[in-house]
Write a protein that binds this ligand. Structure first.
Ligand code: NAI
Length: 270
């Protein structure tokens, strides 16, 4: 059901890989709420082809950009400004990749070259994106930027591996750049800390399915779905959240505030 919350707004959605992606669902919701969007992803993800289907549904151009490549990011903002005839009102950073997780290296046996790459893709990229946007004056006054994170930035989740430290950095960049962009142009920047969600990135984590069930049992409202994450993000892009910035907002059905649930205790007692 659309409320036209984003009528007349323009935005960039990073990170739609396939139908399961949180960015995919967010793109559809933004368009349904009246926005026009540009889609972007790494060239290799675009070559896989699925994003073309989303582009058709959203009537959106795709501009490839590897977020670790400054030339790609410059090109993204130049082309986006040309396309819209001006800046954007919102951006979703929905990007994460751990090379060590992919290679099966556990947390006490990390390869640091891989870790550099993971940090660059999953956290430094937010800084790269924001700095390039600022240079090109590509975000309009009172614009809104959302990046996606996970609670392992705050609590130990052994299988989340190096991504725990990397998400902590992402959340810190959100605060530091949120200060700068807020002062300069009233642009707000927040992270949404989402429940475990079955996607390509999510399923890379060892023991992920078991963790999804555990989290479901721990959370008074149950796990938040990708669809619900998209809805929350639309709210953060809308004019109803103009004074919220530099925050990490838990979108997790109450998981982050629950010590233990009766369902988990009952299971342990068996
Ligand atoms: P996904 O695998 O669908 O999305 C990850 C995206 O990152 C892909 O589109 C991929 O192509 C893109 N990407 C990777 N390297 C890139 C590069 N060099 N340049 C540009 N894009 C690049 O998975 P999902 O779950 O939708 O992930 C989106 C975000 O949500 C990530 O930040 C993830 O950490 C976060 N998140 C996911 C949760 C989950 O359980 N799935 C829970 C909490 C947060």
């Amino acid at each position: 059901m659309s409320h036209n919350l984003l009528k007349g707004k323009k935005g960039i959605i990073f990170g739609a890989l396939d139908e399961k992606s949180i960015a995919w669902k967010t793109a559809l919701h933004c368009v349904a709420e009246g926005a026009e969007i540009v889609l972007t992803n790494a060239p290799i993800a675009i070559r896989m082809g699925e994003i073309n289907e989303l582009a058709k549904q959203c009537n959106a151009p795709i501009i490839p950009a590897d977020v670790t490549n400054m030339d790609d990011l410059e090109n993204l903002f130049i082309k986006t400004k040309e396309h819209f005839g001006g800046g954007v009102d919102f951006m979703l950073h929905s990007i994460g990749m751990s090379v060590n997780v992919r290679k099966g290296n556990d947390y006490t046996n990390l390869n640091y070259d891989f870790m550099h790459k993971s940090v660059d893709i999953s956290a430094m990229s937010l800084h790269r994106v924001l700095q390039t946007a600022m240079k090109h004056d590509a975000i309009n006054e009172w614009g809104s930027v959302v990046a996606l994170t996970f609670i392992a930035a705050h609590l130990a989740f052994p299988n989340y591996n190096e991504m725990a430290d990397i998400k902590a950095m992402l959340e810190s960049i959100t605060r530091s750049f949120g200060y700068q962009y807020g002062n300069k142009k009233h642009v707000r920047i927040n992270t949404v800390s989402q429940s475990p969600t079955i996607t390509t990135a999510g399923q890379g984590i060892a023991g992920f399915d078991g963790f999804v069930s555990f989290s479901e049992k721990m959370s008074p409202l149950g796990n938040a779905t990708a669809e619900q994450c998209a809805e929350f993000t639309v709210a953060l892009f809308s004019d109803y959240t103009r004074m919220v910035t530099m925050q990490n907002l838990f979108h997790d059905g109450g998981f982050s505030s629950t010590g233990v649930s009766e369902a988990v205790v009952a299971q342990m007692g068996k």
